[in-house]
Structures are given as C-alpha cells and as structure tokens.
Design a protein around this ligand. Structure first.
Ligand SMILES: C=CC1=C(C)c2cc3[nH]c(cc4nc(cc5[nH]c(cc1n2)c(C)c5CCC(=O)O)C(CCC(=O)O)=C4C)c(C)c3C=C
Ligand SMILES: [Fe+2]
Ligand SMILES: [Fe+2]
Length: 368
C-alpha cells in the first residue's frame, strides 16, 4: 500500500547526470567477409542510406550486393586493419577518452562521456541503455559528421529516437547542430594541413576530398553539397589559398547512379596527367581515418596519381586525436551543456570556451 505514496526509486538517484554520446558510422568487427556481411546488411538496409523502394532494393541487396561485396570490401579492410582493430573504431574510442578527460575537469562527477556506432557495435541502443543505467537524465548526441547529410546525421538522430520510442522514462536529448563552418573546426583543419606542410613541404595543389552522396539528394533539399563546399572555401581562406590552388571533390561513389561531382578519382587522374609536382590530399569531412581515407585515398589514390604521371602524392591524415579537434568537440558539447546548466539563460562560459579554442588555434596556426 505504502508503495503508491512513495516516490519511485529513480527519483532518489541523485544527482542526475548528463550523458555525452559521440556517434560515428561504424565498422565491421573483423576484416573478413563473414564480419563485413552483417555490417553491410545493416548499413545498406537503412532507408536513409538507400532510398530505392524496399521490395526492389531487398532483391538487389540480397541477390547481388551481399554476395559479391563483402569479400571485396574485406580485402580492402585487411589492408588498413591495425593490431587494435579497425582505425575508425580505434580513433573514435580515443576521441571519446580525450573529450572525457577535458570535460571531466570542468564538471567532475556530473558527466558520462562515451561513444556509439550507427551500424555495428557499440550500438546506439546499448549505449543509451548504459547512460540511462548511470542515471543520465539528459543526453547530448554528437554526430561525428561536420557536414549534415540525411544519410549520416539524420540517420543517427532517427536511431536515437527509435530507441527512445521504446523507453518509458526518456532522457532529454540535445543533438549537436552541423558544424561544417564552426571557426574552431576550421582552425583545427587548417592546423592539420599546416603541420603536415611543415613536415613534407607545401604541395602544388590541395585536393579536399569529401565522401559523396547521390546527386538526387541535392535536388531533394539535402544541404550536404553546400556544407562541403563551404567547409572547403573556409579552409582555403584559412590557408590563404587562391581558387586555382585547391579543388573540392567527392569520393566513394556507390552504385551506378550519378553522385556529387567532381569525382575525386577523376580529379586525381587529371592532376596526374598534368604531371604536377606534389599533390596534397586531405579529407576534411572525415574526422577519423577509416577505410575511405586510408585505403581509397591514401593507397588507391596514390597509385592512380602516380600511374597517370603525377610525381609526389601526400596524404594528410584526418583530425583523429589532434588537440584542436578534441578542443572543438569540447566547445560543441559545452555549447549544449550551457543551455542545460543555465536553464537556457545566456552564459559567458560558452563564449569563453570558444575564445580559448580560437586563441590556442592562433598560437599553433602560424603561417609557414
Ligand atoms: C562522412 C560521411 C559519409 C557519408 C555522407 C556517407 C554516405 C554514404 N556511404 C555509402 C556507402 C558506404 N560507405 C562505406 C564506408 C564509409 N562511409 C563513411 C562515411 C560516410 N558515408 C565512412 C566513415 C566509412 C568507413 C567505414 C569504416 O569501416 O572504416 C561503405 C562500406 C565499405 C564498402 O564496402 O565500401 C559503404 C557501402 C552510401 C550508399 C552513402 C550515401 C547514400
Ligand atoms: Fe559511406
Ligand atoms: Fe570506398
């Protein structure tokens, strides 16, 4: 009887915490066809990724793609796999650890920072369950995609809300807005290129390669193309490059349909044929090195450039664990935290954090 008049147990679990979940795409468990197949099945069954009507796509996916692609992709994964596992997972895990270190200092005991993968493990579902079990009643979702695409950012949000649909006591959610033009992110990108120039010399041309998406998504209103072009322009400005000194292109085309152009493979081939001295290649849209950057760009791209007649090919690694990038993540998260910690009232902490990141960027980002 008394049970009905007491508060439920969770009300006594004080203080409630705030969870932070970094979310990236996901990767197979092993570089084998058997491990790549279920990963591709989950990825390519997402209607945000492939928008072909389900019955037709089911036949193509199960009839051709899942028979042929896992073996081919597994061979590519094998060429980039590390002792610790898939690079995408290794970097994402490290990013979560580093961000946790930075945020923990300012809010000891109040935050739980972790990461999840949209496809494969650890899943968004299991990680939200973990955060709830740690009494996180508010969760900040950080999609590790600076440029918004329905196939990436929206898919992460869809999955978060699908999980919450099954939840009785839902945590409050904030999702980090696209940060393709955030000054701290642009400063981190510029620093990454400059530090590479310091080691390998400045190339004759900088190719900025973004993951592609089907061309029709642009006419349907997906802002991805515009976000990528703006990131490219801002990075070029930060590096003081003229329009002739850089190219924005799109890689990783999947299937026969037209994707965003120019295609990276074509640009690499054309620049190789021009016999340019040194080509620098950077992937600003990927915040962690992965199959698409390490195999397609670093290995295949180099081979194609040199075969076409190019001389020196310089692959610039992704942001990975670069301090300015980790501090960018901290800034993005603190922007959301500020809203919650001050109940929506304006707060100077947020601005201070951004200023701190930018002044750090200035000291590191001295021109060559
Ligand atoms: C950075 C943003 C990404 C967008 C946008 C994106 C769109 C997109 N991708 C596919 C198909 C595949 N992508 C694959 C790998 C892959 N894609 C991204 C990121 C974006 N994809 C990353 C980070 C990775 C690497 C994962 C890793 O394990 O390292 C793959 C799997 C590999 C393969 O078999 O080629 C596929 C397939 C589509 C169809 C799409 C937009 C509609
Ligand atoms: Fe992809
Ligand atoms: Fe690829």
């Amino acid at each position: 009887m008394a049970r009905f008049f007491t508060e439920p147990a969770f009300a006594h679990q004080n203080p409630a915490k705030i969870g932070v979940l970094l979310v990236n795409l996901g990767t197979p468990e092993a570089p084998t066809a058997a491990a790549v197949r279920p990963y591709l099945r989950q990825f390519l069954s997402d209607p945000r990724v492939v928008e072909i009507p389900k019955p037709i796509w089911w036949l193509i996916l199960n009839g051709i793609i899942l028979t042929v692609r896992p073996k081919k992709s597994a061979e590519k994964y094998a060429s980039i796999w590390t002792k610790e596992g898939s690079p995408l997972k290794v970097w994402t895990e490290k990013q979560a650890k580093l961000v946790k270190g930075l945020l923990g200092e300012s809010l000891p005991g109040q935050l739980v920072v972790d990461y999840a993968m949209r496809y494969g493990n650890p899943s968004i579902e299991s990680q939200i369950a973990k955060l709830k079990a740690a009494n996180c009643q508010k969760i900040i979702i950080v999609p590790l995609y600076p440029q918004y695409a329905a196939s990436t950012t929206a898919s992460v949000n869809d999955e978060v809300y699908r999980v919450l649909q099954k939840t009785r006591f839902q945590p409050a959610i904030r999702t980090v807005a696209p940060y393709f033009d955030h000054p701290a992110y642009i400063a981190a990108l510029a620093q990454q290129v400059r530090s590479h120039w310091q080691v390998n010399g400045r190339g004759d041309h900088l190719l900025m390669s973004f993951h592609g998406v089907p061309r029709y998504t642009l006419s349907k209103g997906d802002p991805y193309h515009c976000h990528a072009l703006k990131t490219g322009r801002l990075l070029a400005e930060a590096l003081e490059l003229t329009p002739e000194q850089y190219t924005v292109a799109f890689q990783s085309r999947f299937g026969k349909a037209e994707w965003l152009k120019p295609y990276t493979s074509k640009v690499i081939d054309d620049l190789g044929k021009k016999h340019i001295g040194q080509l620098d290649v950077f992937c600003p849209g990927f915040v962690a090195d992965c199959l698409e950057t390490l195999e397609e760009i670093a290995i295949e791209g180099k081979h194609d450039f040199v075969s076409a007649g190019g001389k020196k090919y310089n692959f610039i690694p992704c942001l990975n664990d670069q301090p300015l990038w980790i501090s960018t993540l901290e800034t993005l998260i603190k922007t959301e935290l500020t809203g919650w910690l001050t109940n929506g009232k304006a707060d100077s902490r947020n601005e201070n954090q951004l200023n701190q990141t930018l002044s750090l960027a200035k000291t590191l980002n001295t021109p060559n």
